[in-house]
Design a binder for this molecule. Structure first.
Ligand SMILES: *Cc1c(COP(=O)(O)O)cnc(C)c1O
Length: 469
């Protein structure tokens, strides 16, 4: 038997064997994967996932930060089904389609005023690549061909394609490519828990921005743009302090640079407001969207620009001012239909409830702060990071090899919640649809998992400082 039947009738052990033998998983050391008993998901419902052995888990990272209204949401399922009756896919190259036009309009109505031109792609990384190319060509089209540099923040994450890596190179994840990537100027992201200036917000008055300005001043005539995440996501859930983005916007204006804000992770309510930039009330020149755009249903992303950026690309074919970039599945109609339905669910009531959930979550996280090996607990909206440290006083990090975050993730899995850490930071990103009782259960599992990891973490900490105690 083969074909569709394969997906109807299967044996868990056969699936497990085929997975191990043939699926090369993203961001996964397969040797490590092979020695555990991996979770393989068969279905999902609401904020839960069921594995092939019939066990249900909370989706504690919203299927890697994508899921918004839960799984199998009637309105989203219906939107995709209805669209499927019309067409699954047609191109956007040189022609339009109905779901793309509707989605672009509905997005513009919700975005900060000024962002009006929507360029669709199919992944967050692609949305970032488009933003970088847009910024460089924005200047080139006006005869400023020397402005090819992008100022990025050291530990931000923008995706795994080459341009996205170049603006946020990482010594662990990108080491083979570091000499291959163009060298971009960088500034440190504001990491208040480990402030290199030894200052505290708000007394610091964002003194760290001086370093950013110094790079801008030095590179001014070579810079096209600055790119930043409103909350550093994959770099460990680090929110920029209030006012930081606003001050950065002002600096970009002073030095005549475009500001690109990567909201692939923070968009669509994740931070407790519709957009991450809403906390500072700013409007970037270019905004990147992905992950939650289709409610986490299907692959679609967008790079949204202001009229001023768009105008620089307007010209006759012979002028070669067009943005020569496109992906086969850009703006896929099924994904766009899901995205339109997703946006419609962001009612004022939904957003108000979200702020309340964020508040409740903050309260529930408080007890975790005092647990052993917890250095910092950071939350913005429904984005949570628990930073584990080998020594709370000295804030000594666990070395990468210790994989400290996975100790807690394994303990959470045993207790019925799937999470995925980055390095020493245990990440908790429930779907926004999680109810207050769901959030209570999930945070309780998180706290129990951290507490239950004490002995294992103590062993790892001992390895860091064998003489200490
Ligand atoms: C996930 C992420 C990306 C990359 O998106 P993909 O869809 O995985 O390519 C880019 N930027 C940020 C901030 C992200 O969190």
């Amino acid at each position: 038997m083969a074909g569709a039947h394969d997906l109807e009738v299967w044996d868990p052990e056969v699936i497990r064997a085929w997975d191990l033998e043939h699926v090369w998983h993203p961001f996964t050391q397969m040797k490590d994967y092979a020695r555990r008993r991996p979770v393989i998901i068969a279905e999902a419902d609401g904020v839960r996932l069921r594995d092939i052995d019939g066990r249900w888990y909370y989706d504690g990272v919203a299927s890697i930060w994508l899921n918004v209204h839960g799984h199998r949401v009637p309105a989203l399922d219906e939107a995709v089904r209805t669209q499927l009756e019309r067409m699954a896919h047609v191109t956007l190259l040189g022609q339009g389609h109905v779901p793309a036009a509707v989605l672009a309009r509905r997005l513009v109505e919700r975005l900060p005023q000024g962002l009006r031109r929507v360029f669709f792609s199919d992944s967050g990384a692609a949305a970032v690549e488009v933003a970088l190319k847009m910024a460089v060509q924005f200047w080139a089209n006006q005869g400023e061909t020397r402005r090819t540099r992008i100022l990025g923040f050291t530990t931000n994450y923008h995706g795994d394609t080459l341009g996205a890596m170049a603006v946020a190179p990482d010594p662990i994840f990108h080491w083979p490519f570091l000499s291959y990537l163009p060298e971009e100027p960088r500034a440190p992201y504001p990491y208040c828990y480990r402030c290199p200036l030894g200052r505290t917000w708000p007394d610091c008055q964002l003194a760290c921005l001086e370093q950013v300005e110094a790079v801008m001043a030095q590179e001014a005539d070579r810079l096209a743009a600055v790119i930043i995440e409103p909350v550093q996501g994959a770099g460990g859930i680090i929110p920029a302090p209030p006012g930081y983005l606003k001050a950065l916007r002002a600096l970009c204006d002073r030095y005549g640079l475009l500001l690109i804000v990567d909201e692939v992770a923070t968009g669509f309510g994740r931070t407790g407001r519709m957009w991450g930039v809403d906390h500072d009330g700013i409007c970037p020149d270019i905004l990147c969207l992905g992950k939650g755009l289709s409610g986490g249903y299907l692959a679609i992303s967008a790079t949204v620009a202001t009229d001023a950026v768009y105008a620089a690309f307007w010209g006759e074919p012979g002028e070669k001012k067009a943005l020569y970039h496109g992906h086969s599945f850009a703006g896929n109609p099924l994904a766009a239909a899901a995205a339109v339905a997703n946006l419609a669910l962001f009612t004022p009531e939904f957003l108000a409830a979200l702020e309340q959930k964020a508040e409740r979550l903050r309260e529930r996280l408080e007890p975790i702060r005092t647990l052993p090996f917890v250095g910092d607990v950071r939350a913005r909206g429904l984005m949570v990071g628990v930073e584990l440290v080998a020594d709370r006083t000295a804030k000594t990090p666990f070395p990468y090899e210790a994989q400290a975050g996975f100790v807690v993730a394994d303990a959470a899995r045993e207790r019925g919640m799937l999470i995925r850490p980055v390095g020493n930071v245990v990440i908790f990103m429930p779907p926004l649809a999680a109810t207050e009782p769901d959030l209570d259960c999930m945070t309780a599992i998180l706290a129990e998992a951290v507490a239950a990891s004490e002995a294992s973490l103590a062993e790892l900490a001992h390895a860091v400082a064998p003489d200490g105690d």
